[in-house]
Write a protein that binds this ligand. Structure first.
Ligand code: ZN
Length: 256
């Protein structure tokens, strides 16, 4: 199988996306797949949308794309402010990208490939549900031995499933254990078996590591990648937009 780069949660962070694409190309990636949330939070949605559209034969709808079309229902005030700003920015760019809103509205929430299933959040609720490390057995209260949510999500799954949404990279295996990239030397062998692989976030990592996160997949092995980029440049672009809350730039500098 061709080496595939899986990107999620770019969040309009152009400096991060540029570095990730360059890193993946240097590593030999021949195919790019995008798991959603190209926009939201960051200051350069147009650049990111243009490149992802050109690069990726598969682009999923994330909850932030859904919010652009339907409104930011259930979003916190920061995320909501960014959605309103992004929507206005896309509307104002109608000469540059005339069909961008209808393209966003047309994105699928789930794609079944032969070697993997792709969703933004979870197979049950593709744009909504989060699969957290805290849902796995070691993290459940009092070390319970049953996770109804994960058990439901594994039901019917017959191959690896790539997700994003939480912005924290790692694997949930069939034993409902969490495997962080550092636990497996950044390489996880799926053996084609059902598991959930979170590729982390290109544009807003939330695990304390400021570097952009994505994954490479050869059909069996997953290689987790972290890529340094100019975080200050991305934050400055957010600070420069009056209608984007400053804290959205600040959090990039802090990794949450
Ligand atoms: Zn996201």
């Amino acid at each position: 199988m061709t080496l595939t780069a899986l990107l999620s949660d770019i969040h309009a962070n152009w400096p991060a996306l540029e570095e990730v694409v360059a890193d993946a190309r240097r590593a030999g990636a021949e195919r790019f797949l995008c798991l959603g949330d190209i926009v939201g939070y960051g200051a350069q949605p147009l650049e990111c949308l243009e490149l992802v559209r050109e690069l990726s034969p598969v682009v999923l709808m994330g909850n932030h794309e859904e919010a652009i079309i339907e409104g930011p229902y259930g979003f916190n005030p920061l995320a909501s402010a960014a959605i309103h700003w992004t929507r206005r920015t896309l509307e104002a760019a109608s000469a540059r990208m005339p069909d961008v809103l209808s393209w966003i509205a047309s994105l699928p929430v789930r794609v079944d490939l032969q070697e993997a299933l792709l969703v933004h959040g979870s197979p049950s609720h593709p744009t909504e549900e989060y699969l957290f490390r805290e849902d796995t057995l070691d993290y459940l209260p009092r070390q319970q031995d049953y996770s109804p949510k994960l058990t439901r999500c594994f039901r019917g799954l017959d191959r690896p499933c790539f997700v994003g949404h939480t912005h924290v990279p790692g694997v949930i295996d069939h034993a409902l254990k969490w495997i962080a990239p550092t636990d497996c030397g950044e390489v996880y062998d799926t053996d084609g078996a059902p598991c959930f692989i979170n590729v982390g976030s290109v544009g807003q990592p939330r695990d304390g590591d400021l570097r952009a996160s994505y994954a490479l997949f050869d059909g069996r092995q997953v290689r987790f990648r972290r890529v340094p980029y100019d975080v200050h440049r991305a934050a400055q672009r957010i600070f420069a937009e009056r209608d984007l809350p400053d804290v959205l730039g600040q959090r990039l500098l802090e990794g949450w």
